[in-house]
Design a protein around this ligand. Structure first.
Ligand code: ATP
Length: 233
């Protein structure tokens, strides 16, 4: 792949988004600021391969992602994984985006530290760096802070990351792919699991996710058959 680049880097944040919540949105927003990314594309997984069946359908998760991104010009939503019957693997998604955006556009895959440390379980994970840069944020309670690598990484992942580590975001514009950059985000101990559990037990999840998403959950009876909406706390 050519080292020259011809456009601003595009951030990519994939996830099950079951449901999308404020930590996902802060992750995207803080990556935009810290790394100088004009836009971040949210990519909801259709059929996530590494976990059980999501608590809501791919269409619902896509709709919630669109609601969460509404009104922020720095965010866009990619429905490619939801629209395909295949399992959602990141490398084929990156290949599709490369075909769409060309070989020279820097792509920056944004991951929480827990997702990054699990990379060796991903399909064709060794190919990731030929397609995108990787930016990794800290995540409370899940994994050691990203800046403590490589000591905490599995040997295979540490070997793949060798020589790729950068700290200056300008480096992400110097090549279309292949670098790894840790960055700090405001620690937020929010997870979709927590939100599903709260709603499932009839508790309020308000202020953990956008009201528009919570209203959608209530209107569609997601995660709890008895849910009546965020005003029911
Ligand atoms: P679940 O609880 O259902 O496993 P989740 O909240 O971890 O879901 P995902 O959709 O699996 O959300 O995560 C998508 C991406 O967002 C991953 O890279 C994950 O590391 C990151 N992420 C999610 N929540 C946080 C958080 N609180 N802080 C930092 N990163 C996060």
């Amino acid at each position: 792949m050519s080292a020259a680049t011809d456009a601003a880097p595009l951030g990519l944040l994939g996830g099950t988004f079951d449901p999308i919540h404020f930590a996902h949105l802060r992750l995207a927003e803080e990556a935009r600021e810290a790394l100088g990314l004009p836009r971040v594309r949210l990519v909801p997984a259709g059929q996530p391969p590494h976990r059980g069946e999501p608590g809501s359908t791919a269409e619902d998760r896509l709709a919630m992602t669109r609601l969460a991104a509404a009104g922020n010009d720095g965010l866009e939503v990619d429905d490619g994984e939801v629209r395909t019957p295949q399992k959602s693997y990141t490398v084929p998604t990156l290949e599709r985006l490369r075909a769409e955006l060309g070989p020279r556009r820097p792509l920056v895959l944004i991951l929480g530290a827990d997702a990054f440390e699990g990379l060796p379980q991903w399909h064709r994970w060794q190919e990731l760096f030929s397609l995108a840069h990787i930016a990794v944020a800290n995540r409370p309670g899940h994994a050691p802070h990203a800046r403590r690598w490589p000591a905490t990484l599995s040997p295979g992942l540490a070997a793949l990351c060798e020589g790729r580590h950068v700290s200056d975001p300008a480096e992400l514009r110097a090549a279309p792919a292949g670098r790894i950059i840790p960055f700090d985000m405001t620690p937020l101990a929010i997870s979709a699991t927590l939100i599903r559990d709260l709603i499932g037990h009839g508790h309020s999840a308000r202020y953990l996710l956008p009201d528009s998403v919570l209203d959608y959950i209530g209107a569609n009876g997601l995660y709890s058959r008895n849910l009546t909406g965020h005003t029911s706390s």
